[in-house]
Design a protein around this ligand. Structure first.
Ligand SMILES: Cc1ncc(COP(=O)(O)O)c(C=O)c1O
Length: 395
């Protein structure tokens, strides 16, 4: 008898098709409004689309340099300098990747040895666990207490479990993976929080990888602080961002990593093994819009204003439908608390089947799901008509 072939390596055993794909497929099948997956249902700026069309005509269309097109590396260095206050060196400290997802995978696999502990705040963006598992690392989850818990209420929002941070520091860890503004909670980590987390990373002599893809989407009086700009942390921070959220074309998949030269060299080694390079015409088109300071400033201000209005529109609709919805000051997600005594997965299914609105049950963002999690994540990166249609369906 021939033994059945093992279809999967053991380090991938715990993973399946992502909940985003599942919910998006179900939304399509049931003709539901898809507020589950975080992609806009409208185009990003026409200027970028026009630049892409121009560069399709003129690009060399052969492999770009593995580290990225020099023009985009220079534009990213200036953009990072303008937004954080610290300008990386375009040649030694900037690497262009195929989206932040690839950057995360490359960074984790560049620094983590089998058995190394990697600290992650949960709920956590789902690709982190996969990258850590692939490297053989051990995921050390730190809880963000929900706003409806005693700790959350005391902190006025999603609250870091500092006792778990202290325990992780005492046990030691190799890498801290920090996402601010944070998906799915919308939390924008404060400078005081980042300083305290930085102290733990220094005490553990760990590398800090920051996922800042929502850096331009902060609202009200919130301010995004990049750990890369904090003097005590500069030599250990690997900063990741991308064009996906900032320009609203998530399909372009152009991201970047900025880090001190020695850390950059390690990320580049893994990046070289994963994709080697990223389409050159997309890189130069993005460089072109980043270079136009006056246009960029106007675009980013409008982008933020539009998204803040979308946040308010969806939040009002969810509150009217009976959810409890804390205000978020970052990202394009709202976490909404429901009153029914069922699991978040069951409630998400019920909502999509009976109301034709798709959301994400956040228990999928946990390595250690809490007992009860009466929350759903809704994306507001949608046309106003889409949000209004969702409001009518939920009412
Ligand atoms: C926290 C976070 N990081 C990374 C990504 C992926 O970014 P990219 O599209 O650049 O791969 C996402 C997309 O949803 C995200 O929410």
């Amino acid at each position: 008898m021939v033994a059945a072939v093992q279809p999967r390596a053991t380090r991938w055993a715990g993973f399946g098709t992502s909940i985003f794909t599942e919910m998006t497929d179900l939304a399509r099948k049931l003709d539901a409004v898809n507020l589950a997956q975080g992609f806009p249902d409208f185009h990003g700026p026409a200027e970028l689309l026009a630049a892409v069309a121009r560069h399709v005509e003129t690009s060399h269309h052969q492999y770009a340099p593995g580290t990225g097109e020099p023009r985009l590396r220079r534009a990213v260095a200036r953009f990072v300098g303008a937004t954080t206050g610290v300008t990386p060196d375009a040649d030694a400290e900037v690497t262009i990747t195929s989206g932040a997802t690839e950057a995360i995978f490359a960074a984790i696999n560049a620094f983590v040895n089998p058995g190394d502990r990697v600290v992650v705040f949960e709920p956590a963006y789902d690709s982190y666990a996969q990258a850590i598992a692939n490297a053989g690392g051990v995921l050390v989850p730190i809880r963000l207490h929900a706003p409806d818990t005693a700790a959350g209420r005391a902190a006025g929002g999603w609250a870091i479990a500092w006792d778990e941070v202290d325990a992780a520091r005492d046990a030691g860890f190799r890498l801290l993976l920090l996402n601010t503004p944070h998906n799915p909670t919308g939390k924008v980590f404060t400078e005081a929080e980042l300083t305290r987390l930085g102290d733990a990373a220094i005490a553990a002599d760990a590398i800090v990888v920051t996922d800042e893809v929502y850096e331009t989407l902060v609202y009200d009086d919130a301010r995004h602080v990049s750990p890369a700009a904090m003097p005590a942390l500069r030599d250990r921070v690997v900063r990741i961002s991308s064009a996906s959220k900032t320009f609203g074309f998530t399909g372009f998949k152009v991201g970047w990593v900025t880090a001190p030269p020695a850390l950059t060299a390690s990320v580049r080694l893994v990046h070289q093994a994963i994709v080697f390079s990223t389409p050159p015409f997309l890189q130069t088109a993005i460089a072109e819009v980043l270079e136009d300071d006056a246009w960029l400033a106007g675009y980013l201000a409008g982008h933020r204003r539009d998204y803040q209005a979308k946040r308010d529109l969806l939040r009002g609709a969810l509150i009217a439908a009976g959810f409890d919805v804390p205000v978020v000051t970052g990202t394009y997600f709202l976490m909404a608390r429901f009153a029914a005594d069922v699991t978040d997965v069951a409630y998400a299914r019920e909502l999509i089947e009976t109301r034709k609105v798709a959301a994400i049950p956040p228990s999928v963002f946990y390595a250690r799901p809490p007992g009860a999690l009466p929350w759903l994540r809704f994306a507001f990166c949608k046309r106003d008509e889409t949000l209004t249609r969702a409001a009518a369906l939920l009412a």
